[in-house]
Design a protein around this ligand. Sequence first.
Ligand code: TMP
Length: 241
Amino acid sequence: MKIEKLEQIYEGKAKKIYSTNNENEVIIYYKDDATAFNNIKKGQILNKGILNARITTIIFEYLMKNGIKTHLIKNISQREQLCERVTIIPLEVIVRNILAGSTAKLFTMEEGLKLDTPIFEICYKKDELKDPMINDSHAIALKLATREELDTIYRETSKINELLKNLFGGIGINLVDFKIEFGKDKDGNIVLADEISPDSCRLWDEKTDEKMDKDRFRRDLGNVEEAYIEVLKRLESTVLV
Ligand code: TMP
């Protein structure tokens, strides 16, 4: 059956979602729009949609090869992926391997402390509330996820962290932290959804500690597109060999 793109069913800050002629599949379109600090800072990063669609596809394909279930079916254009239709679990799952960003701020500590064991955080994905950090009992009481679902999410997240650390470690990049989201497919399986890109990770060059992620936009460091291109270039060099 030829894939047909039908109407837009959702527009987020960085992506749009379209229904297709298959009720179990959607098309995800990656925009160049960039926001930070819960939509306070707005801008565009040239070609970000193309770069993030490609980066996410490379990373998701690598994770799938290593036993992680995801919503990705395939890329269908430079900015578009065909994905399984899932119901997003309204949690942002964050893993930190090196202290940075909001957690460094929370504890008034300098960024850069290497953590012996990773920190796992969950946030309630709700823009109006500015995605507050919550704990497992909040998530269960608010019926965002069951205990069993949280156990699955943490188990998968931990595996994803190890796989991503290996992937980025192999291309001279330290995976400082990242945010992922999960969805439930039509059979109730929990699968990795959304994206993994320099928008949703902190990536520091191993040699220079230079930032290769959206912090370049958040903190007005310049060369944002160049950093995303460099991440893609390094990922392509490792998956193509
Ligand atoms: P934080 O230090 O600002 O809490 O961010 C932790 C990680 O999560 C970082 O890699 C950026 C990512 N992130 C998102 O992908 N979306 C968000 O809305 C936020 C706040 C962070």
